[in-house]
Design a protein. Structure first.
Length: 475
């Protein structure tokens, strides 16, 4: 695994307010605790080489002895590994709970999938699409780039968001993950690195690993925004072949990239000649205000490639997504696709075209429904689990919950025993990170969500009686 050097500026940014002078806890222990939580949360990726003791002491305005004591404590606990002349590298102790794979029993209450059932508008669109299918029955039905009507509707949608787009810049694919897999096939080869937000969408991590590539994480700051300096440093140090980002109501954190951050990220990628794949599947699920213009507004269509999908905005059962890039890249993608499949189903494409052409009326109702469910879910969490922490997301489908202790995997495993499926934090990270996090969708009706939380409460209380070996604290 490739080691990366973490710069002091990036470390200070993600470390945040770690020092509490009003307590009697020694400063070195406070620093060690702050760094330990960064490693457990995944904000400080594994196999990162920390700045040297002298550099770190100068940056934190501490004595070198204080910094050395903090790092020694982390080494003893197994969170750092040091080699002569190589500095200290982040790791997890051998006792850390490893990520487990879960299956969903038929009667399980699913709190792991962030998606909604179909609305009546989906049924109506299918009925109209069946009527429109008649005019296509005389053709072969094969079209690797996608139905012209659907590509025109998608292009018009981008134009309305401020990104000039023509239908020949659109390729219809079988979902956003399928689009990402196709892009990985075109741009990468076995062993290549792919830069990702950390945490990120787990299916994207699976697609990257499935392409025999290695995901490289750039940690998101604790509360909001993106670490543009960390993004630039990681590009320079790891030379990834591709970068995959989720700027619009990020999955799983729900945050939205600012206009200034989009401009900065685009400029950094342009300078390094690193293609960006921008996942916009959540872009239409905003509550108070729409997101800034697409990231592709700030670069050329070959370097910034947009991924979209009907799965979150309308219904996952459509299994349709799209890629927006330059016509030249589209032509190369069509050649790649012809070795895999010969296009997407026409009926679903006609249905998607109808939905996108009439999206505003459909999505306005869905946004209102989700905002209500978000607020009610937050109130329920505060009532049943007051020690859990989360920030109301401005869009998306789920909450990113901070647990009091690193127990997400054990909690999810215990929840399986009572028929509830959870999404523990490590599912969204690399190398077992994010044990203190849980992604909790608010897509269930409020009554069912409350029932689920009531059933989860005794499970959590039982875990509270167990001492966590990784953090040596009570859960």
């Amino acid at each position: 695994m490739t080691q990366r050097q973490l710069r002091s500026a990036s470390l200070l940014k993600i470390l945040g307010q770690w020092h509490h002078p009003d307590t009697r806890i020694p400063v070195y222990r406070q620093l060690a605790e702050g760094l330990r939580l960064l490693i457990l949360d995944g904000r400080l990726p594994l196999n990162n080489r920390l700045p040297g003791e002298r550099e770190l002491a100068d940056s934190l305005a501490l004595s070198r002895t204080t910094v050395a004591n903090a790092l020694n404590q982390l080494r003893e606990e197994g969170y750092l590994q040091s080699r002569q002349g190589s500095g200290s590298v982040t790791r997890l102790p051998d006792t850390q709970v490893t990520q487990q794979a879960y299956t969903v029993p038929g009667d399980t209450l699913d709190l792991a999938t962030a998606a909604l059932p179909a609305s009546p508008a989906i049924h109506q669109a299918y009925q109209r699409a069946i009527t429109g299918l008649t005019e296509h029955l005389g053709s072969t039905g094969y079209d690797s780039q996608g139905l012209p009507r659907l590509r025109t509707a998608i292009a018009r949608h981008y134009c309305q968001r401020g990104l000039a787009t023509t239908p020949d810049q659109i390729m219809v694919v079988n979902g956003a993950v399928s689009g990402l897999a196709l892009l990985l096939r075109l741009f990468t080869g076995p062993g290549d690195r792919v830069l990702v937000d950390h945490p990120t969408y787990p299916m994207a991590l699976d697609a990257i690993r499935g392409a025999s590539c290695r995901p490289v994480g750039v940690s998101l700051p604790a509360n909001e925004g993106w670490d543009c300096d960390g993004f630039a440093a990681t590009l320079a140090q790891t030379s990834p072949r591709l970068a995959y980002l989720i700027p619009d109501f990020h999955n799983p954190t729900g945050r939205c990239m600012s206009l200034a951050e989009r401009q900065s990220i685009a400029a950094i990628a342009q300078r390094s000649h690193t293609p960006l794949v921008v996942d916009e599947t959540m872009a239409e699920l905003w509550y108070d205000a729409p997101p800034p213009p697409p990231l592709a507004c700030f670069g050329d269509a070959e370097n910034i490639i947009s991924l979209g999908s009907c799965g979150k905005s309308f219904w996952g059962g459509l299994r349709l997504g799209w890629i927006r890039t330059s016509p030249g890249v589209i032509a190369r993608l069509v050649q790649q696709r012809n070795t895999l499949d010969l296009g997407s189903p026409l009926l679903e494409q006609l249905t998607a075209a109808i939905l996108i052409e009439e999206e505003e009326a459909i999505l306005q109702e869905k946004r209102h429904q989700l905002q209500v469910q978000r607020d009610q879910c937050l109130a329920l969490i505060q009532s049943y689990f007051p020690h859990w922490q989360t920030t109301p997301p401005p869009g998306g489908l789920s909450l990113w919950v901070t647990l009091p202790s690193p127990a997400a995997t054990r909690f999810a495993a215990s929840a399986e025993n009572i028929g509830i499926h959870l999404g523990p934090g490590p599912r969204f990270g690399i190398d077992g990170a994010f044990e203190r996090f849980l992604r909790l969708p608010f897509t269930l009706e409020t009554a069912r969500m409350e029932m689920a939380l009531m059933r989860l409460l005794p499970v959590w209380q039982q875990l509270a009686l167990v001492r966590s070996p990784a953090s040596n604290m009570m859960i």
